[in-house]
Ligand binder design. Structure first.
Ligand code: SAH
Length: 221
């Protein structure tokens, strides 16, 4: 799991990361800033030492508490859909390993990330790499409620499969803001990009099929 004593970021890791970036480009990721952020964040730091040698394959991995770190393609795709600008206030539901949070922070976002699993929340607190990004603020709580005291947000990203679009998340989005959320059930979700127009109307685009762990209600001790 997340490592407090970080391994080396060797030439081998850097080379594999560069190959992963090329794979993501080949699969359709166009935003070079997103690709540069993936290239900058050592994904192998976020995985158990047993997975180090395969950390740069385009696949999901088990982390703690039956949760997963998403496919690099999914991370890159959701990030691209958010059209992150420097200093954007971004709410993330599902901190997990904090890999996605670090990619967002690398792009200059101010990240507010919520995790409902206490074990994961505590683990990320011991993960030294995250201190590189003081712009990431972590919260232990239920993402269905969002973070009303820090709202509104320029962007919202949900990294777990939601059965529906929670009202709190659209309410906490600024006019002109973007919410990216996979909506569906355990058999799969559709990636929705919801934009809030200036008159507060919501417009949704369906961007295809994905497969996430479920967004669950309430906190888990
Ligand atoms: N963004 C993560 C992916 C984590 S997987 C990463 O980069 O590693 C999804 C995460 O969402 C899990 O850690 C799960 O515990 C969390 N989650 C599920 N439902 C949630 C909720 N209601 N509020 C906050 N986190 C939630």
């Amino acid at each position: 799991m997340l490592q407090s004593n970080l391994p080396e970021d060797s030439y081998l890791h850097k080379g594999r990361r560069a190959q992963l970036v090329q794979t993501l480009r080949d699969k359709g990721i166009r935003d070079e800033r997103v690709l540069a952020a993936i290239n900058a964040v050592p994904r192998h730091f976020f995985l158990d030492t047993a997975f180090q040698h395969i950390a740069y394959e385009n696949r999901a991995f088990q982390i703690l508490a039956q949760q997963t770190i998403s496919h690099p393609f999914t991370v890159a795709y959701q990030t691209e859909l958010l059209e992150i600008k420097k200093f954007d206030k971004v709410l993330e539901i599902g901190t997990g390993s904090a890999y996605q949070s670090c990619v967002l922070a690398e792009l200059g976002a101010q990240v507010f990330t919520i995790e409902r699993q206490r074990a994961l929340y505590d683990h990320v607190g011991k993960f030294s790499y995250i201190r590189k990004y003081p712009s990431i603020k972590r919260f232990y709580g239920d993402g269905y409620a969002g973070l009303p005291s820090y709202a509104p947000f320029d962007k919202v990203i949900v990294t777990a499969g939601a059965p529906y679009v929670p009202d709190a998340l659209t309410q906490q989005l600024k006019p002109g803001g973007i919410l990216v959320i996979p909506v569906g059930d355990s058999s799969g979700q559709r990636m929705l990009r919801i934009t809030k127009e200036i008159d507060h109307k919501l417009k949704a685009d369906d961007l295809g099929a994905f497969d996430f762990v479920p967004m669950l209600e309430g906190k888990n001790k």
